[in-house]
Design a protein around this ligand. Structure first.
Ligand SMILES: [Zn+2]
Length: 559
């Protein structure tokens, strides 16, 4: 008893000292985080402002300045001493979860940039060369130069099959011209990834994105299983319609008969012209009114945005968080069409995610939980421009018009979503195989996958590198699966809103207009926490379960 008692002061002292050690480590982590943010934050704000100027004016020197600033940020993350410190601190497992999460953010930013300077230089130069070659390439038909929009026009309107084939082949030409350099780039990227202990660049990118290859494989396997039959049925019906329009049999259909170079969009054969409902409407004002109605006002975002067409300006659209402190802007080129209604709702979805992060969270965590999570929010709102109930309320349509839209729109959306799954399966499986073994016969592999998942026959003759005309292989490597995950999460959030938040039996006739509960739920569960939790934990907290294809399938496949 005595002995036991006499041990107390020693034990107590030990506990206290351990406490001191933990506290001082904690302080060190806090200091490292603070120093780091002090270096990165101003650079990042400056880079973002410069990019905005470049995109709104098209001035070359602004783009160059932006590239310089980006390189400066990248250099910080390629410092080996900084990486070693972050790794050691991460092992010490700080008790403060916010600090631990910020260390995670550093760690993954460092991992991707820990490449020896010579190899990095070689990769960056080759990457730039491939991208420039891609951007500057002009396809030709019979020696005449054509633009991508000429090609799309041919593929959507041309009835002469030989002319369609020529347009489709023209859309693929760029692949053959860049494939040798591109494969060299793939091998260099793999070399860099292997030196860092990864199987290949694909695996490294997945891990740096806080994802697991096996988890993605399981999701895609399940999607394949659940969409195979419904897709085959829809495709058969479509083939009948298309074949008839060309005066051929369904067995004679080739890749160039499908209205899109990769058959990633549904041919508009079932389409109702939705533009008629948006003609003369102010899509900016509709968006303002809509987001205010669900309790997520966007006046300040719109005031900073650059929304209309101008010479030299970037011709598409994006949302841009300049400083993670509320300066969020959208670039667009608005017109009174359904496509621009969708695009603006989509980009503003990204914008409100950034705008409504909890300002009390630290700078490093004031960003979306994952790129696919912000894509999910953008898709969730973008889908509304074709939602008959939403259109009725926002555009004051009659019941008769609404029913007409519903019949066509639902069918189109269902087809489009199932078609996208099949296409994403090709992209995911192909890119994974590409980085696993860039020396295999990739051209044949591409068509094996297209035949298996999209049910499209390969053209006769030797396969070429037309697959590389898909922009994402060059501009966003190993990223495509995130578009699919975004669709899955959009549906999972939709399901949670319908059943748990709005407490409805089904989503029939649901417009999501004027209900503040929608904004409150998203703000509290998704936007507010930002990157406070890893994406899978955020989803469990927000919806009650892990990311699952179940809700997407319920919404679009099993009807
Ligand atoms: Zn987006």
């Amino acid at each position: 008893m005595r002995r036991l008692l006499s041990l107390w002061p020693v034990t107590l002292c030990l506990i206290l000292c351990l406490g001191c050690a933990v506290d001082s480590r904690q302080d060190e982590v806090a200091r490292v985080v603070q120093d780091h943010v002090a270096r990165v934050e101003p650079l990042s704000r400056q880079a973002n402002l410069t990019y905005w100027e470049a995109a709104t004016t098209g001035e070359v020197d602004k783009f160059e300045e932006y590239a310089r600033l980006q390189l400066q940020i990248r250099r910080i993350y390629s410092e080996p001493s900084g990486f070693a410190r972050v790794k050691a601190l991460r092992k010490s497992d700080p008790r403060d979860l916010r600090l631990a999460r910020q260390l995670d953010k550093f760690y993954y930013a460092y991992v991707q940039n820990q490449i020896e300077p010579d190899l990095l230089k070689e990769i960056v130069e080759l990457d730039t060369k491939v991208q420039e070659a891609y951007n500057n390439y002009r396809a030709t038909i019979d020696g005449r130069k054509v633009t991508m929009s000429d090609i799309y026009t041919s593929l959507t309107t041309q009835t002469d099959c030989a002319k369609r084939e020529a347009a489709w082949r023209a859309s693929k030409q760029v692949g053959n011209t860049i494939v040798a350099d591109f494969l060299r780039l793939v091998r260099l990227r793999n070399q860099a990834a292997r030196r860092l202990g990864f199987d290949n660049f694909h695996t490294m990118t997945i891990v740096a994105g806080e994802q697991k290859t096996r988890e993605l494989d399981n999701i895609f396997d399940e999607l394949d299983r659940l969409t195979r039959k419904p897709f085959a049925a829809m495709k058969k019906e479509l083939d009948g319609v298309l074949a008839k329009s060309y005066g051929i049999t369904p067995e004679e259909l080739m890749p160039w008969h499908y209205h899109d170079p990769f058959f990633q969009r549904t041919p508009l054969v079932y389409e109702l012209d939705l533009d008629q409902y948006y003609k003369g409407r102010d899509v900016k004002e509709l968006s303002r009114r809509y987001y205010a109605g669900i309790g997520l006002p966007i006046e300040d975002i719109l005031a900073r945005s650059d929304l209309y067409d101008r010479e030299g300006k970037y011709p598409h659209a994006f949302s841009h968080d300049v400083d993670r402190s509320g300066d969020v802007r959208v670039l667009a080129n608005l017109q009174d069409t359904e496509r621009w209604m969708e695009t603006l709702l989509h980009e503003l979805g990204h914008a409100i995610y950034d705008r409504y992060h909890d300002p009390n969270e630290p700078w490093l965590l004031r960003e979306p939980a994952h790129p696919f999570a912000t894509e999910a929010i953008a898709m969730f709102f973008g889908r509304l421009s074709r939602n008959a109930a939403w259109m009725q309320q926002m555009l004051n349509l009659s019941d008769e018009e609404t029913v007409k839209i519903m019949q066509v729109s639902d069918r189109y959306l269902r087809f489009q979503q199932i078609l996208f799954v099949r296409w994403a399966l090709v992209m995911y499986r192909f890119e994974k195989a590409l980085y696993a073994d860039p020396d295999q016969n990739l051209n044949d592999l591409w068509w094996d996958l297209v035949e298996e998942y999209q049910l499209i026959r390969r053209p006769p003759g030797q396969a070429d590198a037309g697959w590389l005309s898909k922009l994402h292989f060059t501009t966003a490597p190993c990223y495509y699966h995130n578009y699919m995950l975004g669709e899955l999460l959009a549906s999972q959030l939709h399901d949670c809103l319908v059943h748990k938040v709005l407490k409805l039996e089904s989503d029939k006739g649901l417009s999501y207009v004027g209900d503040q509960r929608v904004g409150r739920y998203l703000r509290e569960n998704v936007f507010g926490p930002g990157a406070r939790y890893p994406w899978n934990e955020m989803i469990v907290r927000a919806t009650g379960r892990r990311l699952s294809p179940k809700y997407f399938v319920e919404q679009f496949v099993s009807q």
